[in-house]
Every structure is written in C-alpha cells, then in structure tokens.
Design a protein around this ligand. Structure first.
Ligand SMILES: [Zn+2]
Length: 313
C-alpha cells in the first residue's frame, strides 16, 4: 500500500526554509512506529533536512528521488522518479506486505497523491503564517476523513496535535486484491488517469484480449490476468457502468445464463464455476468496481483454481 505520511500546520504548511518548523517529539515517535519495517520514499531535500545522525532511517528501506542521477548515498537507493521508486519497492510491497511511505517534500506529495491509498496527517496546532511549503489540498470529493485521534501532548511537544487518516473516494479500482506486479502497475496508471478500466470507452486501453462476444448487457473476453491452473477463464463485463448488482437490468441475468451455456458449448468445458463478486470491494475482493463476472474452468487433474473472496488485512 502506498501511504502518505505528513505533519501539517494549522494553516497548511509542511515546512519553512527546508526544515520542519515545530518540535514534536511524540510525532517523531509516531512516524518511527508507523514506518519501521517498511519502505520510505522522499525527495533529496527532505533527506537533507534529516539530522545526519538520523539518516538513513534505521530499520527501513530508504529510497530517495533526485534528478541528480549520479548521486550516491550510503544506506539509500537513488531513483530519478517516483514511478521508479514504486517499481523498486513493488516486490517488497506485494510479497512481504511492506508499505511504501511517502515522506515528502511538497512536490513529491503532489506527485504521489494519485497513487496513494491512505494519507496519515498529523495536524499540528500551530499556525506558521510564513511557511514556504504547502501540503496539497485534499478535495472532499476525492478524499474522506475516516478517523481523527487527538494526540497526547508530552514533554518535548511544543504544541498539541491530532492524527487524521484519509481514504480515497470515487475510485474505480481497488489495489488490495491485485495479484501481480504488472497488474499493479496497470492499476496505478488507471487510477492516476481516473478511468474506469471496464467502461467501453476505456476497455481497449487496458485490456489486451479481444472482445469475443457482445450481447445487449454483457461483453465476453478472456481474462488477461488468468488464475493459475485455469483451462478457461472468461471475463464477462457489464456494458453499462454499474457497481451494484441492484443496478442491473432484468434481462441481464437471463443473458448471463445464456453466456455460460454458450461458453460451455464453445470451449467444450465439462465443469467449472461462475465467480461473481458484488458490493464492497473489501468484502468481495474485486480489483475493479465495474460489475463483471468470471467463468473459470480448471485443467483436469491439475492444480485447483483458487478464487479469493475478500482481501487480506
Ligand atoms: Zn465502468
């Protein structure tokens, strides 16, 4: 998961003259607890703003984004773009559940927003007035404030603070159920562009298999990311953008049955299953919200095909 972590002043600033303009020991501890064991990505200036004794951040994979490609820093990996940083951290993300924490500065936050699945903001109870780096605005139609937790002011904290968590809204794809690096990469492009990948006007951009049949309600194609062990894996996509089963027109279910019969006949499969995810993607495990179903038939006598419902964690 790509997560932005940031502390923001009352008036929206994250920095002043290349430094963090407040002293909050508790927030530094919070940052350490949350990011330890994961990957941290930051711009070169943010890296340089860390006290030399604190960098590289221990127990974390440190990736620095810099235009200076010949830059060499002990204990950190240097990349020339955020996309390159994601590519580098992707395997750890998928295989080892390591989150990618975006740690600034302002420009890196801005570039990372379209890819971000969660934002952790420490809202600092202090107005700067003359800060020089602002955190990008979070339009309420794109981001939901899902939790607010007051911080406990301790010794070493110059002011109060609140921990806020934001989740993206109105997105057509869900990363949590994605199974391969290539699929993840495609999904990130889709999310950045704000496209629904299964709507007819976008389908050919992201789906490389041809449409093999088209009815009144559904399109049939092969799944381009088939499950291991499959013999036949058809993807049947609603022609209209619907996300809820209740939005389907009445004729759609009859056509669905016809498609299954037709597939049996055409492919000669003798059995299998229909996978039809519906509703909340966290519960369904769908990676695309646009309603679709899958016809899956395994290879006789070989590996079982696993159809996961819901997502881990
Ligand atoms: Zn759609």
């Amino acid at each position: 998961m790509i997560i932005i972590i940031v502390a923001v002043s009352k008036d929206g600033f994250i920095g002043k003259k290349g430094a963090i303009p407040w002293r909050l020991k508790s927030d530094m501890e919070h940052f350490k607890t949350v990011t330890s064991g994961h990957t941290v990505v930051m711009g070169r200036k943010t890296w340089e703003s860390l006290p030399p004794g604190f960098r590289p951040l221990p127990d974390r994979r440190n990736i620095i984004v810099s235009r200076q490609t010949d830059l060499k820093i002990d204990g950190a990996e240097i990349v020339s773009s955020l996309e390159e940083a994601f590519k580098l951290a992707e395997e750890d993300e998928i295989k080892n559940n390591k989150n990618i924490f975006i740690c600034g500065g302002g420009e890196i936050y801005k570039q990372a927003l379209p890819y971000t699945e969660k934002i952790l903001i420490t809202r600092v109870d202090k107005a700067l007035g003359d800060g020089d780096t602002l955190f990008p605005a979070l339009p309420p139609e794109e981001w939901n404030l899902v939790s607010t937790k007051p911080g406990e002011k301790k010794e070493g904290d110059e002011c109060g603070f609140v921990f806020e968590t934001y989740s993206p809204n109105l997105r057509y794809v869900e990363f949590a159920a994605v199974r391969t690096g290539y699929q993840l990469k495609t999904m990130r492009i889709i999310r950045q562009k704000g496209h629904c990948p299964f709507c007819p006007e976008n389908l050919s951009l992201y789906h490389k298999e041809p449409v093999t049949w088209e009815g009144k309600y559904w399109l049939v194609t092969d799944n381009q990311w088939p499950y291991p062990g499959k013999n036949v894996h058809k993807l049947v996509i609603s022609k209209k953008h619907v996300e809820d089963i209740g939005e389907l027109e009445s004729g759609a279910s009859e056509e669905l049955v016809e498609i299954v019969k037709m597939t049996e006949k055409e492919t000669g499969i003798r059995g299998g299953a229909i996978g039809f995810r519906f509703g909340d993607p966290i519960l369904s495990g769908a990676s695309v919200k646009h309603l679709h179903f899958q016809i899956i038939s395994p290879k006789r006598g070989e590996e079982q095909v696993k159809f996961f419902i819901g997502i881990r964690g």
